[in-house]
Ligand binder design. Sequence first.
Ligand SMILES: Nc1ncnc2c1ncn2[C@@H]1O[C@H](COP(=O)(O)OP(=O)(O)OP(=O)(O)O)[C@@H](O)[C@H]1O
Length: 242
Amino acid sequence: MGGMIEASNLTKRYGGHTAVDRVSFTARPYRVTGFLGPNGAGKSTTMRMLVGLARPDDGEARILGASFVDVPNPGRYVGVLLDASATHKGRTGRETLRLAAMTMGLGDGSVDRALDRVGLSKKEAARRTGGYSLGMRQRLGIAQALLADPAVLILDEPANGLDPSGIRWMRELVRGFADEGGTVLLSSHQLSEVDAVADDIVIMGSGRVQAQGSREELTRSGSLEDAYFAATGDSAREERAA
Ligand SMILES: Nc1ncnc2c1ncn2[C@@H]1O[C@H](COP(=O)(O)OP(=O)(O)OP(=O)(O)O)[C@@H](O)[C@H]1O
């Protein structure tokens, strides 16, 4: 099978501003693809287009060979964590997952398995999410993404708010998911995290792909930080000036 996630010439304009400009890349099974770039580079907008939450002005996003909107019950194939804070604050963690499971036609067993996989205890799951720490919300968001045992994970800043043990847990989860044949697209501002877990890397700047390749290719002549600043140096300055 070809790439599990394919962005081809994806373009999104807001007013006169081109937030995402002809972005093309492929994220493949058995691999973690790291998605890097400074604030405002267009990563979240690209991810939103990939999962059908924003409509591209041009280009196409394909997941598992089909447009996300054409995949029936897409949550069964694609687990998504875009904003871990977007849960209903009055619901408990378990209620949040049960609702999501119902929407996808999954039984309660999936909820217990997902809670177990992310290390949220029964007691924690019984608390309202409004009282969760950011780290707990991230775990709940990952649990929701994993509910249906999807083939693809799309995670926007999943390590955000996690403490060092949480970061290690996240890294191992993502690595294990890819090693079993899954496809992971993961955005992060933490270069060390991406360096530790990504097989392939896409570096965005000013709405465009500034560099992409395997981690080995991008770090052949220096560190990932060197590659990042070589790719985004000018665009990061442009964004600050804009
Ligand atoms: N709904 C919107 N309306 C108008 N402009 C938007 C909208 N969403 C994003 N933008 C603009 O698009 C550009 C890209 O934003 P985006 O959030 O995709 O970047 P990002 O790389 O995810 O940044 P960050 O690392 O800060 O999350 C920014 O200039 C942003 O202000």
